[in-house]
Write a protein that binds this ligand. Sequence first.
Ligand SMILES: NC(=O)c1ccc[n+]([C@@H]2O[C@H](COP(=O)([O-])OP(=O)(O)OC[C@H]3O[C@@H](n4cnc5c(N)ncnc54)[C@H](OP(=O)(O)O)[C@@H]3O)[C@@H](O)[C@H]2O)c1
Length: 278
Amino acid sequence: MISSSKRVALITGANTGIGLVTARELARQGMHVFIACRSKERAQPALDEIRALGGDVQVEFLPLDLGDLDSVRECARQFLARDLPLHLLINNAGLAGSPGLTKSGFELAFGVNHIGHFLLTQLLLERIKASAPARIVTVSSRAHYRAKRIDWEAVRQRTHTRTAIEEYGVSKLANALFSAELGRRLAGSGVTTYALHPGVVASDVWRAVPWPLRSIIKLAMISTEQGAATTLHCATSPAAAQESGLYYDSCRVKAPSKFAQDTTLAAELWKRSEQWVA
Ligand SMILES: NC(=O)c1ccc[n+]([C@@H]2O[C@H](COP(=O)([O-])OP(=O)(O)OC[C@H]3O[C@@H](n4cnc5c(N)ncnc54)[C@H](OP(=O)(O)O)[C@@H]3O)[C@@H](O)[C@H]2O)c1
């Protein structure tokens, strides 16, 4: 591994929304930032915006479609081939409200929001451990409180509901369970983990809501700048470095749902996810 003068961060889905603001702020703070996105064309304006900060800002693109496990493997391969350390992984990308099935055969929200990130984290984990102290931040949502269980059959099928909101909640419960289980597994390694709710943010995540309803509901939401605050707290605050495996809202530790605290469910999700991505 090449020693790097800058700390290195990789963030998924940073071409827009909360991820873009997070990437820009990390670059501004002097990190070498990789934005892993599914479209080079949509990522280019984000790269331009971040590079326009000037100075010795370093930001690069990596291709990543979280719904396609081959693409996840290729993204990790390309990053690892650079021989750089990895001090910060932010599993930020996500979608809501779109029914479907991923290319790799998972319910769309579960496949993109959880399974893609599960595999990406696994593939990068040895590099992250070798770069400790390091952090892994996973953007969940308060929507996880709605999910009371994970239907192991349903997550391997096309979205059942028309709105896909129920499935989104399950995927965000999986994010919270994954982060907590990862924290337990990494205890003592110097790598700490965080799951969070960013707030209700006026980002592109609402793209499935029909206009003009979309423009009306967005008026009541916080900005993407405000929405990135909790991710940045988990990623950079010295106080958070002492914590691991917890869930955050408004830059503070908060209790997730009782299902998100179920260690048996977390272990089962881990075991099944490992088998699914093998
Ligand atoms: N906005 C909120 O109120 C809110 C509330 C709670 C939690 N969250 C969570 O916050 C995170 C960021 O969301 P946001 O609000 O910033 O939404 P956003 O503006 O829609 O950004 C989502 C990002 O995820 C990317 N993405 C979607 N599917 C992908 C795939 N298959 N592979 C790779 N990247 C993919 C999108 O890329 P494209 O541009 O190519 O689609 C985009 O870059 C998500 O995990 C979301 O669930 C948001």
